[in-house]
Design a protein around this ligand. Structure first.
Ligand code: DOR
Ligand code: ZN
Length: 437
């Protein structure tokens, strides 16, 4: 018989069913049983969730895992382990590895390595173009059959408008979204940060916000033309938010994500030339931050994703203009989102959790069994201590890299247990678990 797990005494939040209640949650094997009392049932394992939020396992649709090719930065196993510590039960890997994930065999490799690791579930995304070269369409149908849940050339934009058009057309056949890293390369050459007052003052080359916005506008128009679904990755400027808002109002199939760093930091943070504040798209102005937050609050931005982008100290510790773009995100999302959205009462926990569970599940078309706690759903559950105080310290990270801008921050809110398919794979406080003999 499948093992019975009882998660007792927590605040169960499942935005998909408007559930926010102090109830017990039962799991049977790798499936959710439900929140109804089961007369006479004896659990094999009980987890004491007193004082905790119990919610569907968090889903991050934007994670760089570096395997194959750059295992010195991260591996599928270390990245998927870092995910567990951050409360994520499913992550979507980006295909900008070496070689890139542009063949069915490569997609299968990622899935296999993730299964071997036995940490968070990894659902791969695959390249839009062969070798991520931006010229020829990859074999999207075969990649989809191998298990790709999205197509993207992330790290780089799909610059060629004709290729983007065809990608959106073909992807309709499998109902798979195209994730786009919006950037007009001709406007960002040599840049290391946002273009504006701060870049002028620091004497650094900047990326103008329009470099992102032009491509957001173009791709919304191409989605409108083709009926395909474009998903705007790591949206970072005020005008991008407006463009998505207008596109949605016209009924275009456009969705968008925002990253914790784009709502908690600004380009002023680059004043010390610290490469842990260098990522692409770059940190913008306070006005952009406010607009992106507003977009999250009003639903223009569908979900929160980290763009977890590990780079080894050896690479990241170079001069600002030499260091690669990208920062870690998996292990710091919850406290940063709490501080940015919940503490100032802009959003409630159920509203935030929707953007980390059911919304990403819908984006990658797995909402039948992931992203919620309805009976029969995958038994992947995250337990959050919403007010737990802790200090972010790279020494405690499970990621192989340490490139975070939040080192030393005193924060609140942390995942304390992460259950994947009925297995407790991360448990910060062992005393919460009781096994029946
Ligand atoms: O900052 C970034 N890092 N932005 C990207 O688009 C790619 C990513 C990476 O792969 O390091
Ligand atoms: Zn990107």
């Amino acid at each position: 018989m499948a093992k019975l797990t009882l998660i007792r005494g927590g605040r169960v939040i499942d935005p998909s069913q408007n559930l926010d209640e102090m109830v017990d949650l039962w799991l049977e094997g790798n499936r959710v049983l439900g929140t109804e009392p089961i007369p006479g049932a004896v659990p094999d394992r009980t987890i004491d969730a007193t004082g905790l939020i119990v919610c569907p396992g968090l889903i991050d649709v934007h994670v760089h895992l570096r395997e194959p090719g750059n295992e010195e930065d991260e591996t599928i196993a270390t990245g998927a382990d870092a995910a567990l510590a951050g409360g994520w039960t499913t992550i979507v890997s980006m295909p900008n590895t070496r070689p890139p994930i542009d063949t069915p065999a490569a997609v299968e490799f990622v899935i296999l390595q993730a299964k071997r690791a036995g940490k968070a579930i990894v659902l791969p995304s695959a390249c839009v173009s062969k070798n991520r070269a931006g010229e020829e369409l990859a074999e999207l149908g075969k990649l989809y059959e191998a298990g790709a849940v999205a197509f993207t050339d992330d790290g780089a934009p799909i610059s060629h408008a004709g290729l983007m058009r065809r990608a959106l057309e073909y992807s309709r056949m499998f109902d798979v979204p195209i994730f786009q890293h919006c950037q007009v390369n001709e406007l960002t050459a040599g840049a290391v940060m946002n273009e504006g007052d701060v870049s002028l003052r620091l004497g650094l080359i900047g990326m103008p916000p329009v470099a992102e916005e032009i491509m957001v506008a173009r791709d919304i128009m191409l989605a409108e033309l083709t009926g395909g679904h474009v998903h705007i990755q790591h949206l970072s400027t005020a005008r991008s938010v407006e463009l998505v808002r207008e596109g949605k109002a016209r009924g275009v199939r456009v969705s968008a994500e925002a990253c914790p760093h784009h709502i908690s930091l600004t380009d002023e943070n680059l004043a010390k030339f610290d490469s842990n504040f260098k990522m692409n798209p770059p940190l913008r102005t306070a006005r952009d931050v406010e607009a992106v937050i507003q977009g999250i609050v009003d639903g223009t931005i569908d979900l929160i994703a980290t763009d977890h982008a590990p780079h080894s100290p050896e690479k990241k510790n170079r001069e600002l203009d030499q260091a690669p773009f990208g920062i870690l995100g998996l292990e710091t999302m919850l406290p940063i989102v709490r501080q940015t959205l919940i503490e100032p009462a802009l959003m409630t926990w159920p509203e935030v959790i929707a953007k980390l569970t059911i919304e990403p599940a819908k984006l990658i078309r797995v909402e039948q069994y992931k992203g919620h706690l309805k009976p029969g759903a995958e038994a992947s559950v995250t337990l959050i201590d919403p007010d737990r105080a802790w200090t972010i310290d790279v020494a405690d990270f499970r990621s192989k890299s340490i490139n975070t801008p939040y080192q030393g921050w005193s924060v609140q809110g942390r995942a304390v247990a992460t259950i994947v398919c009925g297995e407790v794979r991360y448990l910060l406080d062992p005393h919460r678990e009781t096994m029946m003999a």
